[in-house]
Write a protein that binds this ligand. Structure first.
Ligand SMILES: NC(=O)c1ccc[n+]([C@@H]2O[C@H](COP(=O)([O-])OP(=O)(O)OC[C@H]3O[C@@H](n4cnc5c(N)ncnc54)[C@H](O)[C@@H]3O)[C@@H](O)[C@H]2O)c1
Length: 439
């Protein structure tokens, strides 16, 4: 099939590449000429395991192309995926500017039947807005060309995005017409050879499903973070509690890890947007989700609190921070807890040396040149002259460090473990003070 993907970010690039991998003829469009230049020169603008090789393979096979040419993109695909960003607006609602601009471009330039597929995470009712925008452009041109609008939210996880797209748990197709469902079914057939994963719904239910999924996952995290803070005060160990409740199949082990808050490009903005649309469009205050958000905002400062409790005044102190990305296997630092922590430390007069296996370039872009922040070449290098080590992202390479070396390098041998990576007894047994979350 001929497929256009509008927006070549995490979601667009992964979707486009995986669709090319199974034999489709895919053209990825982006308004950012730098991204397209990098891709056309054989690089990739993001870190995502397994993606670069797959991009190269499909480019070489002539099935995957990149462009900034809007007209070429509008003509290319019968199926036009819209995978542009939907960042939070000032009031927390999803900013639909990019989605609607992409839709209008398609309406302005299309010459034959198109299925416009919303892959971006968009509030309920966006499908109708996209439909209206395209119809308006066609009317301005005085032409009548048939088109369908489909909602196909994406559930891939950064860090495992290729695997998630190639073997999805489910593919949600929200559509109101048979022809569009027929085409989407054909497009996704190669991804569900083992068993049917397609769930066909109406457009609005598909749109809400994506928010419901992220809201549920965020809720589990905030719930565990609150219980962790309680466990700590009561003298219980949240890790034991986690295993105790996770063993109940109704609860399960997934997504019950307490830590220093959730971040990333999805949970924070999607929780905010759902609260906002519920209030504005339905007059409903989502009390549970408001609490989820409050709890997370507070949790992002939990490590700072622990540092202050241990050291008192942080001014003049120097800390090693392991991990900048909002989670392992990505360079994405959008809403990452590391950003709040580093900002807190600066505000308190402390300085930081950090190490992250892939996100340090992104951190340089975010923080700019700042004498209070330096970057180490290895995790151990970050510890020199530091008062304590703070672990913020659970990269595999941090899981089993040489604790003797850590003790030797730190001024005050102390670890603030924002991801509960280490066994408190073991670390203390090595002569290092240990501060975890809820333990
Ligand atoms: N990142 C994830 O893990 C993830 C997972 C599921 C869903 N989503 C959702 O998918 C959407 C995209 O997320 P992302 O992380 O890929 O965003 P991103 O910021 O990485 O990529 C968006 C891209 O769209 C481009 N763009 C903007 N307007 C355009 C236009 N009119 N024409 C062409 N290109 C345009 C931007 O230049 C950018 O490269 C969001 O709605 C997000 O919520 C993201």
């Amino acid at each position: 099939m001929k497929v256009t993907v509008v927006g070549t970010g995490y979601v667009g690039l992964v979707s486009g590449t995986c669709l090319a991998e199974v034999g489709n003829d895919v053209l990825c469009l982006d308004v950012d000429p730098e991204k397209i230049r990098i891709l056309n020169e054989g690089g990739i603008p993001i870190f995502e395991p397994g993606l670069q090789e797959m991009v190269r393979r499909n480019v070489a096979a002539g099935r995957l192309h990149f462009t900034t040419d809007v007209e070429r993109a509008a003509h290319h695909g019968t199926i036009q995926f819209v995978a542009v960003g939907t960042p939070p607006d000032e009031d927390g609602s999803a900013d639909l500017r990019y989605v609607l601009a992409a839709a209008r471009n398609i309406g302005r330039l299309m010459t034959d039947y198109k299925v416009i597929v919303d892959k971006s995470t968009v509030p309920v009712g966006t499908g109708a807005k996209v439909k209206a925008a395209i119809a308006d452009e066609l009317q301005k041109r005085g032409v009548s060309i048939p088109f369908s609008v489909v909602s196909n939210p994406e559930f891939l996880k950064e860090g495992a995005a290729v695997e998630d797209f190639m073997r999805p748990d489910r593919v949600i197709i929200g559509a109101d017409d048979e022809q569009a469902v027929f085409l989407m079914r054909a497009l996704y057939a190669p991804f569900q050879r083992n068993h049917e994963r397609l769930i066909v719904t109406d457009v609005k239910s598909a749109e809400l499903t994506k928010y419901a999924a992220n809201a549920m996952l965020a809720t589990r995290i905030s719930f565990m973070n609150e219980l962790a803070n309680l466990a700590e005060k009561l003298g219980a160990d949240i890790e034991m509690v986690r295993q105790g409740i996770g063993s109940d199949p109704r609860i399960g082990y997934h997504f019950l890890y307490p830590g220093c808050g959730y971040g990333g490009s999805c949970f924070p903005k999607d929780v905010k947007a759902l609260i906002k649309t519920a209030g504005d469009d339905a007059g409903i205050r989502l009390k549970v989700l408001s609490a989820v958000e409050d709890a997370n905002d507070a949790q992002k400062h939990i490590l700072t609190e622990k540092l202050k409790n241990r050291f008192g005044d942080l001014s003049g102190k120097h800390f090693a921070v392991w991990g900048l990305a909002f989670k392992p296997n990505t360079d994405d630092m959008r809403e990452a807890p590391s950003r709040e922590l580093i900002a807190d430390l600066f505000a308190a007069g402390a300085t930081v040396t950090t190490y992250d296996p892939v996100a340090m370039d992104e951190a340089r872009r975010i923080f700019g040149e700042d004498s209070r922040l330096s970057y180490a070449k290895t995790p151990m290098d970050a510890l020199r002259e530091a008062d304590a080590l703070i672990v913020v992202t659970e990269w595999k390479e941090f899981r089993s460090p040489d604790f003797d070396e850590i003790r030797g390098l730190l001024k005050t041998p102390a670890i603030f473990d924002g991801r509960n990576l280490y066994d408190p007894k073991f670390v203390r047994g090595m002569g290092i003070e240990y501060f975890g979350i809820g333990r």
